[in-house]
Ligand binder design. Structure first.
Ligand SMILES: Cc1cc2nc3c(=O)[nH]c(=O)nc-3n(C[C@H](O)[C@H](O)[C@H](O)COP(=O)(O)OP(=O)(O)OC[C@H]3O[C@@H](n4cnc5c(N)ncnc54)[C@H](O)[C@@H]3O)c2cc1C
Length: 480
């Protein structure tokens, strides 16, 4: 069952207020907002970019350095008050929504880029730096950070690490985890840890950094991140292949992979998503029912690779292949792609965007399963996303609350179809609140219990971002 309004008890209001007063005394009024005195400002921290029902926190700490984070986590643990870390608030699964009330720890004020080390190919940043700003800063030094979620203009690096974010270029470059070398993190209670390294290699002890990456703010709060960089590619080419049927586009993805070609991005837009693009002003050939946005990069002459990719598109049935001729055309294509999610949002009253992944060879089968589910459940569905990784954003759209049971059934059927194809429930958005009820569809009770024990080791009182990933109180899922 979709969990838009999770059943998580709110912390006792009087206890939360005592904690907020203690935080105010320790940090000063300019860094602490209290819902009693500044409710409107606290409301800005009640939601993220998901359909999770907003919850206004009892207080907000506006951290400007790691000492503030230590103080916040120490005082909140003393008062047994939950803390929800927050970066840019662009999460898709309710991770930054303070579902149990308590304190939101806002890291947007920690935006420093502390070091760009050209010889060591790394950057050291504070967690609140906006990803796009960090990318520009390293590119100015001839370096490259390749993980590029479509939200790069407003998501924060700490949020990316907490969600193990991906993006269009994951096809070639992988996801955030591959770039996190080390971090400073603070545990609930205020213990500061340094984990990881600045070196390329390093196998000392357990890989605690990898455990924290993707832990959705439930294990520790990142206060500094050391990220691996690459030399900046000197050439980039972008093309669009149009197809008369989404099945042909799906086949093209497999064709490109099977030929051993490695574009950096291989993005699919299906017919439903094309409706949103066209409504948003994009002029797309009316014959097209699907498109692939493909980008290649490297050093030197990319024409031979461009030609090979064009060939693969044509043999998969492309009706047209258009190559961007200059930077302005390329920017227009990417701007349309980045605007796709808000454009879909405007098509209906409510939408949920899932981000399932299947093995690359199964993309066409997943799309066919979605078609079947859409027809049988009579639900408005569309798909777009990182087809090269097998990672599709399947969107469910509805206008009336009484559509919800059918949407719910369609989502669960789509999850079952994904798992039957050897896939996984989330490629990049995480589990958060919205997908917590579905975790047991994919993971065994033993694996979930092991993860809960890891959570207990980091946060024995369960105060850091409660209600996320696991259903509260070890409640069994109806599928178990
Ligand atoms: C239009 C749009 C497009 C998107 N495209 C992509 C995409 O292509 N790929 C992709 O992967 N995602 C995408 N996303 C989702 C989202 O942008 C990512 O999940 C992003 O990584 C979230 O970063 P944030 O700073 O906004 O995190 P928030 O939403 O603030 O928080 C996300 C989670 O991280 C935790 N957190 C935040 N900061 C810290 C910290 N310093 N320490 C510990 N935990 C922390 C929070 O508690 C929460 O659980 C998209 C979102 C939108 C709205």
């Amino acid at each position: 069952m979709i969990s838009l309004q999770p059943d998580i008890p709110r912390v006792d209001a009087a206890r939360a207020e005592r904690a907020v007063i203690a935080l105010d005394r320790a940090l000063g009024g300019s860094k602490v907002l209290s819902a009693r005195e500044a409710r409107a400002r606290c409301e800005a921290y009640a939601r993220d970019e998901s359909e999770t029902a907003p919850q206004v926190p009892d207080g907000v700490v506006l951290a400007t350095d790691s000492d503030d984070v230590v103080t916040c986590l120490r005082i909140c643990e003393q008062h047994e008050v939950p803390v929800t870390p927050r970066g840019g608030g662009s999460g898709r699964t309710g991770g930054a929504v303070p579902v149990a009330g308590g304190v939101v720890l806002a890291l947007e004020g920690m935006r420093g880029i502390k070091e760009i080390a050209r010889e060591d190919l790394l950057v050291v940043v504070e967690p609140g730096v906006v990803l796009g700003d960090m990318m520009k800063a390293v590119e100015a030094e001839g370096l490259f950070y390749p993980v590029d979620p479509s939200s790069l203009g407003y998501c924060a690096v700490g949020g990316n690490v907490a969600e193990n974010a991906g993006g269009p270029s994951a096809f070639k470059y992988g996801v955030t985890r591959e770039y996190v070398l080390g971090c400073e993190a603070v545990l609930m209670g205020g213990t500061r840890l340094r984990a990881g390294r600045r070196t390329v290699k390093g196998v000392t002890g357990y890989d605690v950094v990898a455990t924290m990456v993707g832990s959705e703010g439930t294990l520790a709060v990142f206060t500094e991140l050391t990220l691996r960089l690459l030399p900046k590619p000197t050439a980039v080419r972008t093309l669009v292949a149009l197809f008369s049927a989404v099945a042909h586009a799906g086949k093209c993805v497999s064709e490109i992979v099977a030929r051993g070609l490695q574009p950096r991005c291989l993005e699919l837009v299906d017919d439903g998503a094309l409706v949103a693009l066209r409504a948003n002003g994009a002029a797309i050939d009316e014959r097209a029912s699907a498109l692939l946005l493909i980008e290649i990069d490297g050093v030197g002459d990319l024409d031979p690779l461009l030609e090979q990719i064009g060939d693969a598109c044509v043999s998969a049935g492309a009706i047209d292949v258009v190559v961007a001729q200059d930077e302005a055309q390329r920017a227009r294509l990417w701007s349309a792609r980045r605007e796709l999610s808000p454009a879909v949002r405007r098509l209906c009253k409510s939408k949920l965007s899932e981000d399932v992944v299947v093995p690359r060879s199964k993309v066409a089968e997943l799309l066919a399963a979605c078609d079947r589910i859409r027809d049988e459940e009579q639900v408005r569905m569309l798909a777009y996303g990182h087809a090269g990784d097998g990672n599709l954003h399947v969107n469910f759209l509805w206008d009336h609350d009484d559509d919800l049971p059918r949407v719910d059934r369609a989502i669960e059927r789509m999850f079952h179809a994904t798992l039957a194809l050897g896939g996984t429930l989330s490629g990049e958005h995480g589990i958060g609140v919205l997908k917590a009820p579905y975790l047991p569809l994919e993971q065994s009770p033993e694996l979930i219990a092991l993860q809960r024990r890891i959570k207990d080791a980091f946060d024995p009182k369960g105060l850091l971002n409660p209600g996320k990933i696991f259903l509260p109180g070890g409640a069994p899922h109806r599928a178990c």
